[in-house]
Design a protein around this ligand. Sequence first.
Ligand SMILES: NC(=O)c1ccc[n+]([C@@H]2O[C@H](COP(=O)([O-])OP(=O)(O)OC[C@H]3O[C@@H](n4cnc5c(N)ncnc54)[C@H](O)[C@@H]3O)[C@@H](O)[C@H]2O)c1
Length: 378
Amino acid sequence: MGKGFFRRGEIVWHTVPAAPSRQVGRGTGLRAVLKGNAEENKTGAIVAHTKQRILIAGGAGYIGSQMALMLAEAGHDVVVLDNLVSGHADAVAVSGARLVTGDIGDAALVGWLLDEVRPDAVLHFAALIEAGQSVQESERYLENNHRRTLVFLDALTARNVPPPLVFSSTAAIYGEPQTVPIPEDHPAKPINPYGQSKLLVEQALATRAESHGLRWAALRYFNAAGADPEARLGERHEPETHLIPLALHTILGKRAEMLVNGKDYDTPDGTCIRDYVHVTDLCRAHLLALEHLREGGESGAFNLGGGEGRSVLEVLRTVERVTDKALPVRHGPRRPGDPARLVADIGKAKRVLGWEPALSDLDTIVEHAWAWEKKRPG
Ligand SMILES: NC(=O)c1ccc[n+]([C@@H]2O[C@H](COP(=O)([O-])OP(=O)(O)OC[C@H]3O[C@@H](n4cnc5c(N)ncnc54)[C@H](O)[C@@H]3O)[C@@H](O)[C@H]2O)c1
């Protein structure tokens, strides 16, 4: 199913799975997520008692499509709005969610969609996501990520009671860290237009809470990684810039070598340290954030990371171990604007949302990403 298959605004009714049959996760958090609203069946799958209607903007992308799958498997009714600028219609088909092709900045379309769907909650993943590219294309990033989100928010807050909104924010809003691990109240001084666009949206959310009673959570992801544990979905960015898929593409011979940017940082092995969080853990945090808002919890921002920092070389060694193949590595100079360490303080998400990363150890992340890379389309 290629891009352009659907007309703008056309709703495609995929077959909705008759009953949730897959395990979406056990234990920490998930029972709390759907408290009073779900139970675990014999296979451990979460079965919703009350079907909710959820609108996912940007649900054809890497994280949003995984979210759609998790919600569909919990028995909810999911509609995706995505302009497919970087998403994939076939990724939406995996969940059986309905896809509406269109832009979050199209006021008429969004207004119509909200009338049709009457969502109980909205998840907003839609964005251009390349920090480096945003430096060259700052106007495009601010237009797409910030101004079009304002149009989207206008449509949401035009409703009597705006549905609660969970927004995908990013560690890039902090800029150069002054303290590591980084807490939510760390100064927000983004150093690229991508981070700036996300910070502007967070500020708009706070304003709409005051003016229209919008309830919101901004989830500041650090490095999203890994893939669906059953390898049905995973990363498909074009161009790919993320470390783990790049290393796996090199193992598969799609790239000649793995470039490491800088080996003279003030870290134990000289390479940058980042905080990797499994995509399934991110999705579980969205469910918890929705539940938090539904129960009248305070709106605000939450860091989401795996809870520990890993160096570039540690990641590459894990890739070699999991794939049982040697990785051709070349060491290059530092990239401008790359801090030595970016690690999240995830205490607030644990304390307030009851979230705990369950799959974010590096071995599991790389194993799931590898299983996906071996079978992914395109
Ligand atoms: N991947 C990461 O490591 C990471 C880290 C921090 C934050 N985030 C944020 O998480 C979200 C999802 O990231 P991802 O990795 O899944 O990216 P992605 O590029 O795979 O998905 C983004 C989706 O949004 C859609 N989209 C973009 N602009 C749109 C618009 N104007 N209208 C409608 N649809 C639009 C794209 O077609 C795509 O399907 C983004 O907001 C991103 O900024 C991602």
